[in-house]
Design a binder for this molecule. Structure first.
Ligand SMILES: C[S@@+](CC[C@H](N)C(=O)[O-])C[C@H]1O[C@@H](n2cnc3c(N)ncnc32)[C@H](O)[C@@H]1O
Length: 189
């Protein structure tokens, strides 16, 4: 079955527009439309967070699973949350095709409900508001010190700017890497 991006230019544009529109609906759980991270940036995200075998990488809003796959190719376990059923199907299918389904898990659910207690790395490519909403929601299970990389959008929550390890701009596209603060630090700000 073709992926959402393989159905031709018109179908891809319509799909993209649909993902924009649903972000604008009142009370929507969607905090970002679907835009895949470029491959060069994915490698940068994984290099900057030193992903290797033994890591567990979460992608909150995993789209078609390309970050999960790249992490699994490095031997890491990868867990993605995604609301869109077609993207979930694409992510599961590409893990299967790559023979990496033993390392990749895709959950069709609001990433705000994720238990990230076993994450060593979290990858984000959402929006300013999406970063804040999802990180606030998973804060209770987020271990202090977890490496958190956000493509394009910084984390604007109190206590995070001080925990910025790197702002990498290698090809003109920003990747922000943080060490997650403790819940206490969060509250004190
Ligand atoms: C900009 S795309 C990034 C996709 C992928 N992480 C990547 O880097 O290629 C954001 C994705 O987050 C998904 N998304 C938005 N809000 C979500 C939520 N609350 N829970 C789960 N997925 C969500 C969208 O459907 C979309 O696929």
């Amino acid at each position: 079955m073709p992926t959402v991006l393989d159905k031709g230019p018109l179908a891809s544009i319509i799909f993209e527009m649909r993902t924009w529109l649903r972000c604008m609906l009142p009370y929507t759980p969607y905090v970002a439309p679907f835009y895949p991270t470029p491959d060069s940036v994915i490698n940068r995200v994984l290099d900057l967070t030193s992903v290797r075998a033994g890591d567990t990488v979460y992608d909150l809003g995993c789209g078609d699973g390309r970050v999960l796959l790249a992490a699994a190719r490095r031997g890491a376990r990868a867990v993605g949350y995604e609301l869109d059923v077609e993207l979930v199907r694409d992510a599961v299918e590409s893990a299967r095709k790559a023979g990496l389904e033993h390392l990749v898990k895709v959950v069709k659910a609001d990433a705000a409900s994720a238990d990230v207690s076993d994450a060593s790395v979290i990858a984000l490519y959402l929006s300013d508001h999406g970063n804040s909403r999802l990180l606030k929601s998973v804060q209770a299970t987020l271990k202090p010190g977890t490496r958190v990389a956000s493509f394009y959008f910084p984390v604007g929550l109190p206590g995070w700017q001080e925990r910025l390890l790197t702002k990498d701009n290698a090809d003109g596209l920003n990747v922000y890497v943080y060490k997650a603060p403790s819940g206490q630090q969060h509250k004190e700000e």
